[in-house]
Design a binder for this molecule. Structure first.
Ligand code: UDP
Ligand code: MG
Length: 339
């Protein structure tokens, strides 16, 4: 079922941040494929506040590619927020999210669509079968990341599935209705537990330009993934506290006995070690707590994670501020629902 007033079968959502180098290559490869699907489609290019020629190139491309739709965010809001903006506005019965840098081969979209239709599933994950083109560091950190999340959060996320996936309208509506801030979609989607399938693909090298994911952003994504899905770190803090308590009891017993036996004075080293250890454990526990409190703080402020500056579908009208993460506003922002 598509949104009223549109008969778009497939939306292809592409977040892009300063992708001027890769954009021509992407279009060259994506357009013939999309046209060849013989189905009504739209490409939703979410320009995540690019400061290079990306917006100019997009406007130029739109002139002779009517299926191209440009959603421009007012400021750089990050990969996940850009995808969320695209999902909020996509009109298709099916929505594919794909990176702009051609690391995810667009040829797989046809396969995803076929699998979704034949097997009647809501989600088709693109699973990286071969990541040999990624750096060793990225591969290992990613492997660790996926295993840790599966363990900690107990969600059945396919290993090595990134943000290349196809989702049904029902799935996209479900995601759009979630009030969560800083959501990490690659875990939010499996956590919904909708019927799913996956197709394998080979991760390619970035076709042009440089990665927009520095280490700091990767770390942020990891912390958001864990705190968004799991209370295990908090329990870990509790256990650490208990352990510390037990150790303290032992030391106490030792101190008392030493006192009774009359050799209590030489104790400077152990005192320093104990004070330092207890201090470290307390700070760690506070830090863990802080991550969750920070998440709650963000959720209570309910500030939007992005603002839409312009949507080419709406012509010259300035778009409303988008508020995907607030319960009261979440589903109000869907241009397809407007006349
Ligand atoms: N991206 C974005 N906003 C950002 C950072 C990245 O929209 O703040 C887009 C980027 O243009 C690309 C996708 O997210 O289409 C993945 O980024 P990138 O390829 O740089 O990440 P990597 O593959 O190196 O992890
Ligand atoms: Mg990439």
């Amino acid at each position: 079922m598509s949104a009223p007033g549109s008969a778009i079968t497939l939306s292809i959502v592409i977040p892009m941040f300063n992708e001027e180098a890769v954009l021509p290559l992407l279009v060259e490869r994506l357009r013939p494929l999309a046209d060849g699907l013989r189905t009504a489609y739209e490409v939703v290019a979410v320009d995540d506040g690019s400061s290079d020629a990306t917006p100019v190139l997009l406007q130029r491309l739109r002139r002779d590619w009517p299926e191209l739709r440009v959603v421009r965010l007012r400021a750089n809001s990050g990969h996940q927020a850009a995808i969320s903006a695209g999902l909020q506005r996509a009109r298709g019965d099916f929505v594919v999210t794909i990176d702009a840098d051609l690391q995810d081969p667009p040829e797989v979209i046809a396969e995803m669509l076929r699998v979704a239709r034949e097997q009647g599933v809501d989600v088709v994950y693109g699973v990286r079968e071969d990541r040999s083109t990624d750096t060793a560091f990225k591969r290992h950190s990613a492997g660790l990341f996926y295993r840790a999340i599966r363990r900690l959060a107990d969600i059945d996320a396919p290993v090595d599935a990134g943000d290349y996936r196809l989702m049904s309208r029902a799935t996209v509506d479900a995601i759009n209705s979630l009030p969560e801030h800083n959501r990490v979609l690659r875990f939010v989607v499996p956590a919904l537990g909708f019927p799913s399938a996956s197709v394998g693909y080979t991760r390619e090298v970035r076709a042009a330009g440089t990665s927009k994911y520095p280490l700091a952003k990767m770390l942020r994504l990891s912390v958001d993934s864990v705190t968004g899905f799991s209370l295990t770190p908090l329990r870990f803090a509790t256990w650490l506290g208990l352990l510390g308590g037990l150790a303290a009891l032992g030391v106490l017993a030792y101190a008392v006995i030493a006192r009774i036996l009359g050799h209590a004075l030489p104790g400077w080293t152990s005192t320093v070690v104990i004070v330092a250890a207890v201090g470290a454990v307390q700070l760690l526990a506070l830090g863990i707590l802080g991550e969750y409190v920070g998440r709650m703080y963000g959720a209570m402020q309910a500030r939007p994670t992005y603002f839409v500056a312009h949507d080419s579908l709406e012509g010259a009208h300035p778009a409303q501020p988008v508020h995907p993460a607030h319960p009261g506003h979440g589903s109000a922002e869907n241009p397809a629902r407007r006349p």
